[in-house]
Design a protein around this ligand. Structure first.
Ligand code: PLP
Length: 367
């Protein structure tokens, strides 16, 4: 079979999340309440809290809303600084700017999306109000080490886990290795409510502040807030689909094992998984060996295999016009992004798809 003959095929990044339960829960919501304070939203939050073993889950209208709400849970003055890696999406940084805060770009550790501990020390100032870790494509990072250091420094750790639902570190959810965790349930993420997100924390006081912020400050006129609530229909979908998260995780992890077992091209390898970490198989991260990974990105795209990282052109965030004024030298971040491509692993992929992906990738030879 020649590749030219099959290159019209598309392996999409996105999958269907439909479950047999969807209609039942949507119908229940239609009859019981559609607002962000209805019973079905409570049930959705309770299901996520039980799954993750955390005290508080606050459902919100998007992943961006979850980052905004998480920041509302920490103390800051306008102009204070939030430390973040330049390897995440702009979606994490725009909420920082929208609150009048200043992003400080910190380099990542080599071959990781986690912050480099040496550069983190350099980035901290008297104006640092929070640090946001953003583990991309579901690969765990050493949040435990970042958190231990920040706890001593009295700085809260927020994790943007939009890509890292169900990712584990040291036999527990990555979400447990920080004060506040943010998630997106946008249609292209691990679990979909179309648009949506949630925040989780074990801290009662922060949870109360975050929830109040998403509800106009509880309308008391004492504290600032806007409306970031998740609607009842989205919560109904989330509730139905939260029941599939475990099976979804296993299916993705199985696809990763299968695909890795089929790949035998020394031109790339999987990005290393940190010791004690377990990927959620949101995507497979492949790292080009001895050449520019963007070549691999373009090659797979020509063969119809979508690469999520291709959307960002493998560039650090401070290359974007809005963010150039915050540029800091982050050589590990730039090198890491240039070395990578992402490959879909979602549950819609059938055996034939995995074989197609493997054949395309095994036939790759860098220029
Ligand atoms: C998708 C994403 C967001 C934004 O989520 P939305 O639901 O689209 O608002 C934020 N951070 C990260 C890391 C993301 O991947």
């Amino acid at each position: 079979m020649s590749l030219a003959a099959v290159s019209t095929r598309t392996i999409a990044q996105k999958c269907s999340h439909a479950t047999a339960d969807d209609l039942r829960e949507l119908e229940r919501a239609l009859h019981s309440g559609l607002t962000g304070t209805s019973q079905i939203v409570d049930e959705y939050e309770a299901a996520l809290a039980a799954l993750y073993g955390v005290r508080h889950v606050i459902a919100v209208s998007s992943g961006a809303a979850s980052v905004t709400a998480a920041l509302a849970g920490v103390d800051f003055h306008p102009g204070d600084e939030v430390i973040v890696a330049p390897t995440g999406p702009i979606c994490t940084v725009l909420p920082i700017l929208s609150l009048g805060l200043v992003p400080v770009f910190c380099d990542v550790a080599p071959d990781s999306f986690g912050l480099d501990p040496v550069d983190l020390r350099r980035c901290i100032s008297a104006r640092t109000c929070a640090v946001i870790e953003v583990p991309m494509w579901g690969y765990p990072i050493r949040s435990d080490a970042t958190w231990a250091y920040l706890r001593d420094a009295g700085i809260p750790l927020i994790q943007d886990l939009a890509h890292a639902h169900m990712t584990r570190l040291n036999d527990t959810w990555l979400a447990h290795h920080g004060e506040i965790s943010c998630f997106s349930t946008h249609d292209c993420k691990f679990i979909s409510t179309g648009e949506g997100g949630f925040v989780m924390t074990d801290d009662d006081e922060r949870a109360a502040r975050i929830r109040a912020y998403t509800r106009f400050g509880n309308l008391t006129g004492e504290t600032l807030g806007i409306n970031l609530k998740l609607g009842g229909l989205q919560a109904a979908l989330g509730l139905a689909r939260s029941r599939q998260l475990g099976a979804n995780l296993q299916h993705r992890q199985r696809n990763r094992e299968r695909l890795l077992g089929l790949l035998d091209n020394p031109a790339f390898r999987e990005m290393p998984v940190v010791v004690g970490g377990e990927v959620n198989a949101y995507s497979l991260l492949l790292q080009a060996v001895g050449h520019d990974g963007r070549e691999l990105v373009h090659y797979q795209q020509r063969h119809g295999i979508e690469s999520d990282i291709g959307k960002y052109d493998n560039q650090p965030l401070y290359q974007l016009p809005l963010l150039t004024r915050y540029q800091r030298d982050c050589p590990n971040a730039a090198r890491l992004l240039r070395s990578l491509t992402t490959v879909p692993l979602h549950p819609d992929l059938v055996d034939d798809d995995l074989h197609y992906i493997a054949k395309v990738l095994n036939d790759y030879s860098p220029a």
